[in-house]
Design a protein around this ligand. Structure first.
Ligand SMILES: Cc1ncc(COP(=O)(O)O)c(C=O)c1O
Length: 309
């Protein structure tokens, strides 16, 4: 669906993708369809495929299509939170006995989920400095991993991982899926699927929602089979965003590009200023030449380095 938008720039896609006027009223903004259940015209006579809002909801679909369009992904599935997205994505294809190779600087909640919930369930977890491609390759050669988990820029230390290099190593050694948590870059700055990653995840609570008023998450991918599996488990387990959450996310995403550009300009100016201050020992910002991942970030990120210093 979204690949139709590939020739438009991101700001244009954000206001058009999934934002067709409402078919019954012509409303130019997707309505908040606060309905749990949809009337059927006889048994199996679904109107537009809608039946029950845990399975699908038109406002949620509008956000999914919008985000897929902005990302340039074939599929987007939105969730009630970023962690719900991560949980359902991983449980949709992992089983006890599988192993995850995790970057050593990731959001603490991701580490908690993997170590304290997936670990006792029987999924192995190894932690590596994922910015060190030789170390990643060595791990991949020594053990079979189902997933390599990359967060770049990472939270909190803003470490930069070369996505293409990790993908190359993972796909050469046993075909581990490379998942990139793109929350700190957002689709305004970085497109891991174009760099070969298998899946992108977001906490849409951050730049995508953009106004500190909604918690949400999303999984983006091109693989039809994996999309089916994730959609199945979401419906089976139920971690869906409400229609109002979806509407807020739609509104936030429309201005993503403008906001992230300004965040990036402000953050770079601040980082450059702080770096000159004698009382400050070290400034971590990927836009600074002193940052160890600056050259990779310059190639991999487009139009800025994000708003976190
Ligand atoms: C990089 C990253 N990934 C995932 C999450 C989890 O998202 P949520 O808080 O929406 O569950 C966060 C939250 O801070 C995050 O910073």
């Amino acid at each position: 669906m979204s690949n139709d938008y590939a020739k438009q720039n991101i700001a244009t896609r954000a206001i058009h993708a999934g934002q067709e006027p409402d078919p019954t009223t012509g409303a130019v903004v997707p309505p908040i369809y606060m309905s749990s259940t949809f009337k059927q015209d006889g048994v199996g006579g679904l109107r537009g495929g809608y039946e029950y809002s845990r399975s699908t909801n038109p406002t949620r679909d509008a956000f999914d299509e919008q985000l897929a369009g902005v990302e340039g992904a074939k599929h987007s599935i939105s969730f009630a939170s970023g962690l719900a997205a991560i949980d359902v994505l991983l449980r949709s294809f992992l089983k006890p006995g599988d192993n995850i190779l995790l970057g050593n600087d990731v959001y603490g909640g991701t580490y908690r989920l993997l170590s304290k919930v997936f670990g006792p369930w029987g999924v192995g977890l190894d932690v590596v400095d994922v910015t060190d491609i030789a170390a990643v390759t060595e791990r991949l050669a020594a053990k079979r991993y189902a997933v390599v988990w990359v967060e770049t820029p990472s939270n909190p230390l803003l470490r930069i991982t070369d996505i293409q290099a990790v993908v190359k190593a993972a796909h050469q050694h046993g075909g581990a899926k490379v998942v990139v948590d793109n929350t700190f870059a957002s689709p305004a700055l970085q497109h891991p699927l174009d760099d070969g990653a298998d899946v992108v995840v977001y906490s849409t609570t951050k730049y995508i929602g953009g106004h500190s008023d909604v918690v949400g998450g999303a999984v983006l991918l091109n693989d039809d089979d994996l999309h089916e599996q994730v959609a199945f488990l979401q419906n089976a387990a139920g971690a869906v965003p409400s229609p109002f959450d979806s509407w807020l996310a739609i509104r936030g995403l429309k201005t993503l590009e403008l906001r992230v550009k300004r965040h990036s300009e402000n953050a770079l100016a601040l980082a450059e200023h702080l770096e000159q201050r004698p009382e400050i020992e070290r400034v971590w910002y990927p836009g600074l030449e002193s940052h160890p991942g600056h050259d990779i970030a310059k190639r991999q990120m487009h139009g800025g380095f994000g708003g976190v210093v």
